[in-house]
Design a protein around this ligand. Sequence first.
Ligand SMILES: Cc1ncc(COP(=O)(O)O)c(C=O)c1O
Length: 375
Amino acid sequence: MKKYRLETRAVHAGQRPDPGSGAIAPGITFSTTFLRETDGSYPSGYSYARAANPNRERLEEKLASLEGGAAAVAFSSGSAATLAVFSLLKSGDEILACRDSYHGTLQQLDDIVGRWGVTVRQVDTTDLAVVKNSIGPNSRLLWVETPTNPLLRLCDIAGLAELARDHNLLLACDNTFATPVLQNPLALGADLVVHSATKYLGGHSDLTGGVVISAAEDENISWARDFQVKGGAVPSAFDCWLLMRSLATLPLRVRAQSENAARMAEFLLANDQVSQVYYPGLASHPGHKLASTQMSGYGAMLSFCTGDNAAQAMAFLARLKLLVRATSLGGVETLIEHRASIEGPRTLAPENMLRISVGIENINDLLGDLEQALG
Ligand SMILES: Cc1ncc(COP(=O)(O)O)c(C=O)c1O
């Protein structure tokens, strides 16, 4: 599959006709248990659903192929995938974590990983000098998210990878916002990539999933595989099947969403009720130059500020008729939300900031709704 381009791999990787029926579309193997031979062996290669399942295997093959990785391990949520990476560390080790990471990831680091005796240090990973100065004798993992959530700040993956190599750190990148369509952290030198498949990979707001993808078939991914099976946070066969189906259209969806987002960002920038727009595709964005080299498109997430405070931003939300007020992102429908109130007191989001996950609707309908609500 390696020789084929992304769109082709999105359709064909992990996909093959069923050897029994010849079916082109995969079936779903719901069974939790598999037949044992009289000699105790498992002729199909499967024994128990937590250990392995055909739908999961096919999905992992496709996900590894999309990120250009050697292997992928699928989980029942993005958070379970994140935890699998953090579980690589031992007591006494230190994680340098992107200060702007998804707030749930920072909570996981503080509330769970910190209790394992691992030190968690939040750093500004948008600044290579800051990262370099933060590296200590016990630092083992550099955790980065780019573009960040919800401020859409950019981190230089290749620069961080060089630092990580020089200091013997593992570099893991949460590629949920960019997707493999727009950014390939492994090609830029990262060791591991994580996704919340609940977002763009699933793409239809109807499944929860996660994945860890490794550049090499090494001890890290083999640990993640162990963590998957022994920890037990495995995705269901049905969710694997749904995800597999969604991935075929990932490049089409992400490009359509990104085109809509670019139009929306320009529209918001030109509106005098909007005081600030955060979108890496805008020439005025501080990470625009880096985004232009590191990404093949600017993505479909944007944030903006309107009104003077949270109440005024919320009042704007109440006037919307088409954009849907809800958390999460990456689905075909456009979602909008007030981040500060969901992230709590430690949020970096301004009080009057709203985040939009732009969908695939007709852009003129979306702009019309924003216009009437901005007044
Ligand atoms: C960037 C990012 N990473 C990870 C996660 C966690 O994923 P999940 O909700 O599937 O556990 C999220 C969830 O919003 C996210 O936005």
